[in-house]
Design a protein around this ligand. Structure first.
Ligand SMILES: Nc1ncnc2c1ncn2[C@@H]1O[C@H](COP(=O)(O)OP(=O)(O)OP(=O)(O)O)[C@@H](O)[C@H]1O
Length: 621
């Protein structure tokens, strides 16, 4: 067998599975330069065609010729039928990724001759049959993913315990008890089956084990557990006593709370003259139930309460920035109608309508642990930032208990809402011109921030912090806040996670190169229309940059584009490809390999300049 027989095999695969993106230039005699194909020692060793719209069954006689194959990835296609049994002839195979297809039937017996397999992913197909003890032949197996199939029967006690580190058989028709060797995996690996025993619930047969152990055999875990349960059983009288005690105690607490609430409510309505109810977070009123969609004085009352307790009247002032004329004061803000815009990492954002023309966004910060003096110093720096692609911080207020930031209200909301909201219908598609303009605006805003000093960075770049004007110009918001607020625990996943550079383990220790990474994720989000938290990617355990990198292979780029962008002129398609490249460059694993924000701006400017359909816009830039 030679490279030529590999080539013939690949060509018959191509004609059998008919991928729309199969654009190999077959005039090139060597298949080694075809997309997704890699060779070593003049033989094909890697074949990767993920998400390439492949369909149909793979006939016998193809893999029998690709005998040097080490990696086969055909994941996320629409391939069907049984696995070709001659796959077993690729005895060098280490990695097989066939998840996310429509393969069916039993795994052919010869398949288990692939004894060098390290990773096997057959998840999300419709495979049937039993998980036989033949799996034991895969002595080197580290990953076995069989979830979301129709495997049935019980699982044998596979002797794979030493090397196997990833295992999942969830959502299959499996039953019986989980074998000892596999009990160390999390329950997620077995959910959606009728399996029982550790880490799931105890098997019914084990529950009926007699409570008197025989003299010789030591008591089983189940028996021990039962004994403990029996020991801890309480008499009926004791239970009744506890219940009555609890009810009386609870009633007392409710009564005390009611009295306290009344007292506070009266005080507040005297100060603000508006009735309010409490929100769940911190006893701050957010809704008046007046039915107009606004929660009246949410922000204001919060400030008043904190203020009244701690500070004198002199400090009840909003501190304004720049020479912006003081169009409202704290009292006005207190009286304004407010609507909750959303809760973010740093606190809650409200829209406050002061009068017919003055609408502001107020952010009520939580967890500001620094002394007032430091807070004031840092927030003054934030307020000094002035650029057309930044959301200006107009004013701030602080007391010991309350920290409020007042921004211009951006009526078109965030890029995140624009990209991911309303996908079901009633939305006008976002064209390339708008998307590239948003990218450029956001890049310029960040470049300005970075130009303020090497240590100045945003720290929380993501699509919900890129806000839009009516003409879809981008303005970056929330800059400088990550240094003010206590870091969210790094173990709690939040929306920032998909944007955070790999080296940023503490969200407070941000850097300019970290911003570039996050901006790169936003660029990829703009092009693919996929949020970094997209469930398809999460299921695969990859983030947006990795997903794009795995799918982007020369001719397949169109696979990653948002479907709204598919009717593009050819020149625009070339530019979008360059934008993908830019996103990939920005999301390089090593910070040193990422460009500076100023270089990013230049690149997007050049890219847009070369677009014939953007001539008018370029002038405006
Ligand atoms: N100035 C503003 N004008 C209009 N909408 C805003 C403004 N500031 C924030 N928002 C919107 O309010 C919501 C909550 O914003 P907030 O910044 O508190 O949280 P976030 O952006 O979701 O997360 P994070 O706190 O991590 O930045 C978001 O949908 C955001 O787009």
């Amino acid at each position: 067998q030679t490279l030529n027989s590999d080539r013939t095999a690949l060509l018959s695969l191509r004609s059998s599975v008919k991928g729309r993106t199969f654009l190999w230039n077959i005039k090139q005699t060597s298949p080694c330069s075809w997309s997704g194909v890699k060779c070593e020692n003049n033989r094909v060793t890697i074949l990767r065609l993920p998400a390439a719209s492949l369909s149909n069954t793979i006939p016998e006689g193809i893999f029998g010729n690709l005998t040097n194959l080490r990696t086969l990835s055909l994941r996320l296609n629409a391939l069907s039928g049984t696995l070709p049994s001659d796959l077993s002839l690729c005895s060098n195979l280490r990695h097989i990724y066939l998840q996310g297809n429509n393969f069916s039937g039993e795994i052919p017996k010869p398949f288990f001759n692939l004894t060098k397999l390290v990773k096997l992913n057959l998840a999300s197909n419709t495979f049937t049959g039993e998980i036989s003890s033949s799996f034991e032949k895969f002595k080197r197996l580290k990953t076995l993913f069989l979830e979301n199939n129709q495997f049935s029967g019980s699982i044998p006690d596979l002797d794979l315990d030493l090397d196997l580190v990833q295992f999942n058989v969830s959502n299959n028709l499996l039953n019986g008890s989980i074998p000892k060797n596999l009990q160390r995996f999390e329950s997620d690996s077995f959910l959606g089956t009728s399996l029982c025993g550790k880490p799931l619930k105890i098997c019914p047969s084990e529950e009926t084990v007699p409570s008197q152990p025989s003299k010789r055999a030591p008591p089983s875990v189940v028996e021990e557990k039962k004994k403990e349960e029996e020991k801890s059983k309480l008499s009926g009288g004791a239970i009744a006593g506890i219940v009555i005690g609890c009810v009386v105690g609870f009633a007392l607490i409710v009564l005390i709370l009611l009295v306290l609430c009344r007292k506070k409510g009266n005080e507040r309505s005297r100060a603000v003259d508006i009735s309010t109810v409490k929100d769940q977070e911190g006893g701050i009123p957010v809704e008046n139930g007046n039915g107009n969609g606004y929660s009246v004085t949410a922000v204001a009352a919060a400030a008043m309460t904190g203020n009244a307790k701690t500070d004198g009247p002199a400090s009840k002032k909003l501190v304004f920035f720049g020479n912006a004329s003081r169009v409202f004061d704290l009292e006005d803000l207190l009286r304004a109608s407010a609507e909750v815009l959303g809760k973010g990492t740093f606190g809650t954002a409200y829209k406050a309508v002061l009068d017919a023309v003055t609408v502001v966004a107020v952010k009520r910060l939580k967890d500001v642990l620094m002394p007032d003096k430091d807070f004031k110093e840092k927030i003054e720096l934030v307020g000094a930032m002035d650029h057309e692609n930044l959301v200006p911080l107009r004013a701030y207020y602080f007391s010991r208990d309350e920290k409020l930031l007042v921004y211009d209200f951006m009526p078109m909301g965030s890029l995140s809402a624009l990209l991911h909201g309303n996908r079901g219908g009633g939305r006008s598609p976002l064209n390339w011109e708008v998307r590239s303009r948003i990218a450029l605006g956001a890049a310029r805003g960040l470049d300005y921030l970075h130009s303020q000093g090497v240590t100045t960075s945003h720290g929380n770049v993501k699509s919900s912090n890129i806000l839009l004007t009516k003409s879809h110009d981008a303005k970056v918001s929330d800059f400088g806040l990550s240094q003010l607020v206590a870091s969210p625990s790094s173990t709690t996943p939040n929306r920032a996670t998909g944007y955070r550079a790999p080296e940023v383990t503490d969200p407070k220790r941000v850097s300019q190169k970290g911003d570039v990474y996050s901006f790169g994720v936003v660029v990829l989000e703009l092009i693919t229309g996929k949020a970094p938290s997209n469930s398809v990617m999460n299921e695969e355990g990859v983030d947006l940059p990795r997903w794009v990198k795995s799918v982007v292979r020369e001719e397949w780029r169109r696979e990653v584009f948002d479907s709204e962008l598919l009717s593009l002129a050819t020149e625009e398609e070339v530019m979008m490809e360059e934008m993908v490249e830019l996103g990939i460059e920005c999301t390089s694993m090593h910070p040193d390999k990422r460009p500076e924000m100023s270089q990013v701006v230049r690149k997007i400017e050049n890219l847009r300049r070369s677009s014939p359909s953007l001539d008018q816009v370029n002038e405006a830039d």
